[in-house]
Design a protein around this ligand. Structure first.
Ligand code: BV8
Length: 253
């Protein structure tokens, strides 16, 4: 494992911060075996790019194909466990007076790890909703049709996620903006910082005087703007950050 280098100034900022906002992307779930959006898709899905499938047009054209893609992705997560990266953020939440975790991920692994204050700005693929009325249904597996039909109106059910070209849930977006605008420190973890409006959140926090620390295995579009850039995987860097800042040893957790 390469030596993880964490600047002492970042440790000091994290130790003294009253308000910390964190934005996570697919990279934090990579070490739980959940492929990222940038990873090439495998098997039947190898011929599709996620951006082609995660759209209202794709669902309108071929609802069964899109529904089965999400079934495949849900099955990938069924066997996945939160990793040390997810679990380090649970500890961080207990140490920081005002902690907000904003996630772009729809896999539910942060909640499974025990994080409490989670804003799912792109929804959650384990929830389904009526494509016409928006009614939420929590047990999609109860329905054998692909896609299942809404028990109330008969329209197709769809995953309760935000597709490209769709607006984010207003309350989630508002809460994300508020935590970005009021934090002392913003951590961007495991995201390519390409998808808007999530990618703007760290820049918004900087406009209000926050420091931005990025944790990623490679540079991103955010890196040149970040106050700190730590190269490494979330499951390696975050436990190290927690150990140095609060002397919590994740291997004992
Ligand atoms: C909207 C849910 C208003 C579905 C997702 C302004 C400018 C430019 C474009 C736009 C803009 N405004 C709107 C757009 C269009 C679009 C957009 O941003 N397009 C991009 C591609 C340019 N945005 C939208 O459509 C949004 N809607 O703005 O509403 C509106 C309304 C009507 C008309 C127009 C606008 C909606 C966006 C939400 C889309 N839904 N997910 C699903 O999951 O199926 S986005 C989806 O892709 C994910 O949720 C995630 O957000 C994104 C992928 O990003 P990442 O999470 O970063 O994952 P990625 O694979 O890219 O990167 C992984 C990173 O991890 C890499 O950097 C890698 O190096 C790193 N990594 C890997 N392993 C590790 C690691 N890091 C640490 N440790 C490791 N082990």
């Amino acid at each position: 494992m390469d030596e993880i280098v964490i600047p002492s100034a970042l440790i000091q900022s994290l130790r003294t911060a009253s308000r910390v906002a964190v934005l996570t992307g697919a990279g934090i779930s990579a070490e739980s075996g959940v492929p990222t959006f940038r990873d090439a898709q495998s098997g039947l899905w190898a011929r599709y790019r996620p951006e082609e499938l995660a759209t209202p047009g794709a669902f309108k054209r071929d609802p069964r194909l899109v529904w089965e893609w999400y079934e495949w992705r849900r099955n990938l997560v069924t066997d996945a466990k939160p990793n040390l990266g997810h679990r380090s953020l649970v500890i961080m939440e207990t140490q920081v007076p005002d902690f907000t975790l904003i996630t772009q991920n729809v896999d539910g692994l942060h909640q499974m790890a025990g994080s409490k204050n989670v804003i799912e700005i792109h929804g959650n693929m384990h929830r389904s909703k009526c494509s016409t009325e928006g009614t939420i249904f929590d047990q999609p597996e109860l329905y054998e049709d692909k896609p299942p039909l809404c028990p109330d109106c008969g329209a197709y059910l769809r995953p309760d996620v935000v597709w490209f070209g769709e607006s984010l849930p207003p309350e989630a977006l508002q809460a994300s903006w508020e935590s970005a605008q009021n934090c002392d420190l913003f951590l961007s973890i495991g995201t390519s910082a390409l998808v808007e409006p999530a990618a703007t959140l760290p820049l918004l926090s900087q406009e209000n005087g926050a420091e931005v620390a990025e944790i990623n295995i490679q540079e991103t579009r955010l890196t040149p703007h970040a106050s700190y850039f730590i190269v490494g995987s979330a499951a390696q860097v975050l436990p190290e950050l927690v150990k140095i800042t609060w002397q919590v040893d994740m291997s004992a957790e």
